[in-house]
Design a protein around this ligand. Structure first.
Ligand SMILES: *Cc1c(COP(=O)(O)O)cnc(C)c1O
Length: 421
């Protein structure tokens, strides 16, 4: 049924309710149950032997031979079915889910970077990723260098050469749009830089953390990415009630990621897998509504006398030709993340934040409820002052993740709190 269903080329949102699951496996249950089990029974000793041979790479899989269920650190139906569904959005060969976005990211770093390697990354990256790069990779003797959104291709190539380790460049890692400023990085350009430094024996891989655009509004593999990473905690789970992550890519790279996941033991559990499958059924309707709301709210903020500047992809136009061109090239919607500068100081911004009644003051994003936070003192507090200046993360900046509430109510709340300044 699976292959036939897929061959009909239904849209991913149509397939989220059923794809990859057969009710006959579970007493006719229309929904995939939670397979809350650590281990699986083999029919025969021969079968157990064959599964292990494949799982541990002792021999190649024969045509039509399937890897059976062994043990939930290696595989579990709730993870496999979830992974098969996640693959559909990005049209990827393979997917692996993790117990958090950070475990997805750190597994990619540990698999593709070795002592002496060089990592090139975009600035700013997510706070946890930034910490991992500067504190943990450093202890493993991995060199790192960051580039910012205003740098040209030539400047980035020169930056890599200036490290003295350009022959050891192993991974390019970017987040676009950048959090919290929504500055866009050109993925096709990053891919050209990867190709420029790739050598026959040591290819340079290119990974994109696509959390900010979810699996709906940007498909990095169409623009040259080898790996796509998600904090599934955000849009994919979408209800602020679970922490999870995912990595997608081609068969060969994902075999390496899965291998390391098995031995780090940082796969998601069956309960997390089940929750994410439930969330995926409404992914499209949630995200459609979120971006629709965000456009309305960005327009409101853009006209408000107490707001100095709004950073929202939907407001880009010919006045910023480079950013606008990248937006048109790689995004299918403006997303639901809005940042804006309030006229005044940190004190005024805090008056605004403390007077919101509907919108919750909390970090995280992509959920059904709207969330607001102050990057300079919260998510980006340990970014150096110099970088904060360069990147525009000032005391005036507020970051808003737009939910699925009635937009009139969100606007009422924002308007009311702005009036209190
Ligand atoms: C939240 C987030 C992460 C980390 O994900 P967790 O699920 O919290 O581990 C990584 N990257 C981005 C862009 C994020 O927003």
């Amino acid at each position: 049924m699976d292959d036939q269903t897929k061959r009909k080329q239904f849209s991913p949102e149509t397939l989220m309710m059923s794809y990859g699951y057969n009710p006959q496996w579970s007493e006719g249950a229309v929904k995939c149950p939670i397979f809350q089990t650590s281990t699986f029974v083999f029919d025969t000793a021969e079968e157990g032997k064959a599964f292990f041979e494949i799982a541990y790479g002792m021999r190649d899989q024969k045509p039509n031979e399937k890897l059976g269920l062994i043990y939930s650190r290696l595989n579990n139906p709730d993870l496999e079915i979830l992974e098969n569904r996640l693959k559909l959005w990005d049209d990827a060969d393979d997917c692996a889910v993790f117990e958090s976005g950070m475990s997805a990211i750190s597994t990619v770093f540990l698999e593709f970077l070795k002592p002496g390697s060089l990592l090139l990354y975009s600035k700013p990256v997510y706070g946890g990723t930034d910490h991992f790069i500067h504190h943990i990779l450093k202890d493993f003797g991995i060199h790192t260098v960051g580039f910012h959104p205003n740098m040209s291709e030539e400047e980035i190539i020169q930056l890599v050469k200036d490290t003295g380790h350009s022959d050891k460049l192993a991974l390019i890692y970017i987040e676009t749009p950048a959090n919290p400023t929504n500055a866009l990085f050109d993925m096709a350009m990053a891919k050209r830089v990867a190709n420029y430094f790739s050598q026959e024996e040591s290819p340079v891989y290119f990974a994109v953390d696509n959390t900010y655009m979810g699996p709906l509004w940007q498909h990095p593999m169409e623009h040259g990415a080898d790996l796509v990473i998600y904090s599934a905690t955000k849009y994919i789970a979408g209800h602020s009630d679970v922490i999870a992550g995912a990595v997608l890519g081609n068969q060969a790279l994902m075999a390496r990621i899965r291998g390391l996941r098995t031995f780090l033991g940082n796969m998601a559990g069956p309960w997390t897998g089940w929750l994410l499958m439930r969330s995926l059924e409404t992914l499209k309707v949630r995200m459609d509504k979120q971006t629709e709301n965000a456009e309305i709210i960005a327009d409101f903020l853009n006209q408000h006398p107490k707001v100095e500047k709004v950073y929202f992809l939907g407001l880009l136009d010919e006045s910023q030709p480079k950013q606008f061109a990248i937006y048109k090239q790689q995004c299918t919607a403006p997303g639901a993340m809005i940042s804006f500068d309030i006229k005044g100081t940190e004190k005024d911004v805090f008056v605004f934040l403390n007077n919101l009644t509907l919108i919750k003051l909390a970090v995280s994003l992509g959920s059904t409820e709207s969330l607001v936070q102050h990057p300079a003192t919260m998510t980006h507090v340990d970014v150096s002052e110099e970088d904060r200046k360069l990147l525009g993360i000032s005391e005036k900046l507020v970051r808003l993740s737009v939910g699925i509430e009635n937009p009139k109510d969100i606007i009422w709340d924002i308007s009311n709190a702005l009036d209190k300044i």
